[in-house]
Design a protein around this ligand. Sequence first.
Ligand SMILES: *Cc1c(COP(=O)(O)O)cnc(C)c1O
Length: 371
Amino acid sequence: MAQQDIFVTRPCIPPLEEYIDQIRPLWESKWLTNMGDLHRQLEQALRQKLGVDRLSLFVNGHLALEGILQAMELSGEVITTPFTFASTTHAIVRRGLTPVFCDIKETDGTIDERKIEALITEKTSAILPVHVYGNCCNVEAIGQIARRHGLKVIYDAAHAFGVKLNGKGIGSFGDASIFSFHATKVFNTIEGGAVSFRDPALAPALCEAKNFGILDEETVVFAGGNAKMNEFQAAMGLCNLRHFDEEIAKRQALVTAYCQQLSGIPGLRMLRQRPGVRPNYAYFPILIEAEEAGTDRNTLYQALRDYHIFTRKYFYPLITDFDCYKDQYAQTPLPVAKKIASQVLTLPLYGDLGLENVEMICHAVKKILCK
Ligand SMILES: *Cc1c(COP(=O)(O)O)cnc(C)c1O
């Protein structure tokens, strides 16, 4: 039994003094938002950290995704995954595009690249896969499919900050990738996000997309929204970036302990990263095969709550089962996504969780499953 409630995550926060020092200059400059000095500094630092050439900050990850869809002037259908957070599909729909759902893989929960081509029609304009939990998609195969059919590839890399594949930053694959810096993500700016992108010609359109379509003082070129990151967010980002590697190292130790202590339990399975990936340990999902485990995911979820351990069913329900999307779009078969959504449970994970809590959580899981 946990002494205190244990939640699935807790945000990283720098020492208060460090943040105060970071925002102190704003009391002099009075420049609080609209691409100020801290915004410029963070954008530069993140280009380096993420290993990408071009990056544009946004007020949150969701509007970064809407922004890039707008800047690319996409239309028609977008092939995507139902096993993700609401934002991915909402961005497609809110931009007037039609989502086409593709099944996922058992191994890592990312889009099943072998099932993409069958979904391509003459209306398809892009593929929008998700590096779900920071698990890296098959970017090579997806890139080949996109080239063959003249499609754009935009990755939802909201979970994948700091992930590398064969030494390359995850944001350097595809035509663009969006990141989320929400408080619950591995790296946060309180709320925040960014898009990395390949084509330099997209830069002005992205600037306009987050600032009312304003090109200069007297020229407004389209109906853009307002999605600018402010200086207080950028300051939080600059501080948290200094502690990021330390946070990841702590998470790595916790994940190693989880894996050791939860291996060999009948009916409990973990997802796998593909080879060549440097992970960011953003989440720790487990899968419960009810028949083998003798207990289903929902029972485990509830029983852990009784121990004051608050897990989350990321990602259940599937997007296609949301009230707002049910029976709305073409019904493609999604057997794997349905199965994984019914089995998955994301266990608590954050740098300061502590090895003793991991041990306690594993003990509780075993007690519930092996009774
Ligand atoms: C968090 C998240 C987003 C949205 O990011 P915000 O910064 O919260 O707007 C988009 N996609 C996925 C998969 C996410 O988890």
